[in-house]
Design a protein around this ligand. Structure first.
Ligand code: SF4
Ligand code: SF4
Length: 146
């Protein structure tokens, strides 16, 4: 049964995070969590640090010039090794907030096989309302362009 968002029918998408933590590790080409300036300000403020200090402690600059979170040993610097949970969940980067509703994982409004491959929560749990999907997609598009 499709969900109408005013423009077209989209299939209902199910998603529920199992907290497996897999998306907080580098996996093949998924090796980067990019940090926008807005993300940096929000996270630094939460940590009680100056932006410059936060950047120096927790981020690196990739070959493409983008600032991204550090992944020592392949694990995000903010993934708690004991609880397997994000230590900055409430203020995590946009890319983490919108996952797995990324444009490249939602072709024509449908999950790709790739989305199912990299996230075990895709296709599980509650039906996510079309307006929530659209909002996350748009947020990620804006971050990609910033
Ligand atoms: S890979 Fe998917 S299910 Fe696992 S922690 Fe990330 S969002 Fe949640
Ligand atoms: S910031 Fe948090 S949610 Fe994002 S990759 Fe790191 S541990 Fe995972």
């Amino acid at each position: 049964m499709g969900v109408t968002d005013g423009k077209k029918d989209r299939p209902a998408l199910r998603f529920e995070c199992t907290q497996c933590g897999e998306c907080c590790w580098t996996r093949g080409e998924y090796a980067h969590v990019y940090v926008t300036q807005e993300d940096m300000l929000r996270m630094a403020a939460s940590a009680g640090l100056e932006t410059k200090e936060f950047r120096s402690l927790y981020t690196v600059r990739g070959d493409d010039g983008w600032v991204e979170l550090d992944f020592p040993g392949g694990r995000c610097v903010f993934l708690d090794p004991v609880t397997n949970l994000c230590q900055f969940y409430d203020v995590r980067p946009t890319q983490c907030r919108t996952f797995p509703f990324w444009p490249e994982l939602l072709r024509a409004g449908r999950w790709t096989a790739e989305a199912r491959r990299i996230c075990e929560g895709v296709g599980q749990g509650r039906e996510v309302p079309a307006d929530e999907v659209a909002e996350r997609l748009e947020t990620q598009r804006r971050a990609d362009e910033s």
